[in-house]
Design a protein around this ligand. Structure first.
Ligand code: 5GP
Ligand code: MN
Length: 343
C-alpha cells in the first residue's frame, strides 16, 4: 500500500502514527541514506539509529557504496558510527528499510534492491524531487532538513533527545540550512536548535569542524577554482551565471576526495552579479558531479531534473557524462529557457 500523506503542510497525524507503529513493531531495521552522504543524511540516519537501538531494535545503518568511508569532518563528530555496515553486510529481509534524505531509488545505490526485499520501506525526506518510492513516508519539502523530521519522529517514539542524539540532528540542520541562513530556516527550526543546544552539545566545535576546518589542499584547489571562474552576465535571461570547475587530477593532486570539496560552491555563489552559480567537480570515474545554486529566482531542482538529477529549489545537482564545455552549453540553454519563480 502506498501511503502518501504529504503536501505543503507536511506529514499529517495519521502518517506520523503509522511511521511510529511501523518502527515499534519492527524487530530488524536497516537505515539507509543517499550515496555521497552529507551532514543531514548521516546525522539523521545515525541519530535515528541510536534512538532505535535504545528501544531494543536490531538496527544497522548504511549507504549504497561498496565500502563506507565517512567524510573526515563527520567521522570526528557523529555518535553512532558503531551502527555502520557496508551494503554486503546488512540484513537482506529486514522488517523495515528506512530511507533517509534520499529523493529517489537511484540515490540508494547498491542498497536500492533492498526496497524489493524489505517487508516495508519508510521514506523520510525533504527533497522537492522525492519520487515517493516507499510503502510509507514522511516527506515534507518545506522542512529545512531531514533531521527536523527525524527529531520529531524520535520524540514521538518516546526516546529522550539527549546530547548523544542531538549532535547528529544539529549537524543535519546546520548543514542543510547553511548555518541557519537559508529560507527554510523557520522559527520552529530555531526552536528545535535551541532544544538541541540545551542538551549541552558544543555547537561552536560543530561549526568549526563543518565550516572552518579544511585540508591545506582544499585551500589551494579553492584558489584555482575561483581564479578561473567565469561570469556570464547575459545568461539566465540577463540575471547572470557564474561557474567554474575542478578536475579529478587536481583533486587527487591535492590529496583530496569528493567529500572534501563540497564547500567550493559556497566560494563561487557569493558573486553579486549572478543569480545562478554552477560548479563542475571532476570525479575519479570520469564524470562531473555538478552542484548548482540559485538565489531564489530559478528552481534549480527543475533544471537539474532535466539532467536526471534533482535536489531542492535553490540547491540541486546532477552527474554529467560529457565534457565541461558540453555540459555548460546544455546548462546555459536550460537556464535561458527557465521560467523565473514569482514572488
Ligand atoms: P550538492 O550540490 O551540495 O552536492 O547537492 C545539492 C542538493 O542537490 C542536495 O540536496 C543533493 O542531495 C542534491 N543532488 C546533488 N546531486 C544530485 C543528483 O545527482 N541527483 C539527485 N536526485 N539529487 C542530487
Ligand atoms: Mn537534506
Amino acid at each position: 500500500m502506498i501511503d502518501v500523506a504529504t503536501g505543503v503542510a507536511g506529514p499529517n497525524e495519521a502518517a506520523w502514527g503509522r511511521a511510529v507503529d511501523l518502527l515499534c513493531a519492527a524487530k530488524t531495521v536497516v537505515l539507509a541514506c543517499h550515496i555521497g552522504p552529507d551532514g543531514d543524511a548521516l546525522g539523521s540516519m545515525l541519530s535515528l539509529g541510536l534512538a532505535l537501538e535504545r528501544l531494543g531494535t536490531d538496527v544497522v545503518c548504511s549507504w549504497g557504496s561498496e565500502t563506507l568511508v565517512l567524510p573526515a569532518t563527520y567521522a570526528g563528530l557523529l555518535p553512532g558510527q558503531h551502527l555502520l555496515r557496508p551494503p554486503a553486510e546488512v540484513p537482506q529481509v529486514p522488517d523495515c528499510l528506512v530511507a533517509l534524505d534520499t529523493a529517489s531509488l537511484d540515490r540508494l545505490g547498491l542498497l536500492a534492491p533492498l526496497t524489493g526485499t524489505a517487508k516495508e520501506t519508510l521514506v523520510i525526506d525533504h527533497h522537492a524531487t522525492n519520487t515517493h518510492f516507499g510503502t510509507f513516508e514522511l516527506v515534507d519539502p518545506s522542512s529545512a532538513a531531514t533531521a527536523v523530521l527525524v527529531a520529531e519522529l524520535i520524540q514521538r517514539l518516546g526516546v529522550t533527545l539527549d546530547a548523544e542524539l542531538a549532535v547528529g540532528l544539529y549537524v543535519g540542520i546546520t548543514t542543510d540550512t547553511g548555518s541557519f541562513r537559508f529560507s527554510a530556516t523557520t522559527p520552529d527550526v530555531h526552536r528545535l536548535a535551541a532544544q538541541l543546544l540545551a542538551t549541552g552539545i558544543r555547537h561552536d566545535e560543530i561549526a568549526r569542524a563543518i565550516y572552518d576546518t579544511h585540508d591545506f589542499g582544499y585551500v589551494k584547489l579553492l584558489g584555482e577554482a575561483l581564479s578561473r571562474a567565469s561570469l556570464e552576465r547575459d545568461a539566465v535571461g540577463g540575471r547572470g551565471l557564474v561557474w567554474t570547475y575542478t578536475t579529478a587530477d587536481e583533486m587527487t593532486g591535492h590529496g583530496l576526495r569528493m567529500d572534501q570539496i563540497e564547500g567550493i560552491i559556497d566560494g563561487v555563489r557569493v558573486t553579486a552579479q549572478a543569480e545562478v552559480a554552477v560548479l563542475l567537480k571532476g570525479d575519479l570515474d570520469g564524470t562531473y558531479k555538478v552542484s548548482t545554486r540559485s538565489k531564489g529566482a530559478i528552481d534549480m531542482s527543475l533544471i537539474c531534473g532535466q539532467f536526471h538529477g534533482g535536489g531542492h529549489r535553490f540547491a540541486a545537482g546532477f552527474t554529467a557524462h560529457g565534457s565541461v564545455d558540453e555540459t555548460m552549453a546544455q546548462l546555459r540553454a536550460a537556464l535561458s529557457a527557465a521560467v523565473p519563480l514569482s514572488g
